[in-house]
Design a protein. Structure first.
Length: 177
């Protein structure tokens, strides 16, 4: 009886919304509960899995030929700069693998670092770039930022680094390349 009361309360709250998808889900839930009450079983098992967000990660078949990143360098050391300076660097790579390379996402470790990357698939032997921009505003001291690339490579993640030291400055900015 407690289950039915709880379900009725949840159904009422959800049904009071005007979202059509939500109304359809409530109706489906009501039908499944009614079926369970009648014969003690469900025609469709209830899943305990939680849906995950799409992270634009390309799928990788471990048995398929894999593309490979070949970077000139995975670390860029910008040395000593003054607070407020903006550092830009381009990491160049070549696909030395056996199939087309697709970058799904590039994520910086901090909001002060912004990546841009080659969006088109990179053919075998082709080249691409990851542009990284670091803004040193309010970032005094030793800086070690990472940029994680998710692609259809094996392993699926590759990490690039941008490092240096930021000295206290006057607040004026300049772009360094």
């Amino acid at each position: 009886m407690k289950k039915i009361s709880l379900f009725a309360l949840v159904a009422f709250v959800l049904a009071s919304c005007t979202n059509e998808k939500l109304e359809k889900r409530v109706e489906d839930l009501e039908n499944r509960v009614a079926q369970l009450e009648q014969n003690g079983t469900l025609s469709r098992p209830v899943s305990n899995t939680v849906p995950t967000a799409n992270t634009n990660t390309p799928t990788v078949d471990p048995n398929a030929p894999a593309p490979e990143f070949d970077f000139d360098s995975k670390t860029y050391e910008f040395g000593n700069i003054t607070e407020g300076d903006v550092v830009e660097h381009v990491f160049k790579f070549k696909n030395t693998g056996d199939s087309e390379l697709v970058i799904g996402n590039v994520q910086a470790s901090c909001g002060c670092t912004t990546p841009k990357w080659t969006k088109d698939p990179v053919p075998v032997g082709g080249e691409g770039e990851i542009h990284v921009r670091f803004d040193s505003k309010n970032k005094v001291g030793t800086q070690n930022k990472s940029v994680t690339i998710t692609a259809n490579t094996n392993p699926a993640r590759t990490v690039l680094y941008i490092k240096g030291n930021v000295a206290k400055g006057s607040g004026k900015s300049s772009i360094l390349k």
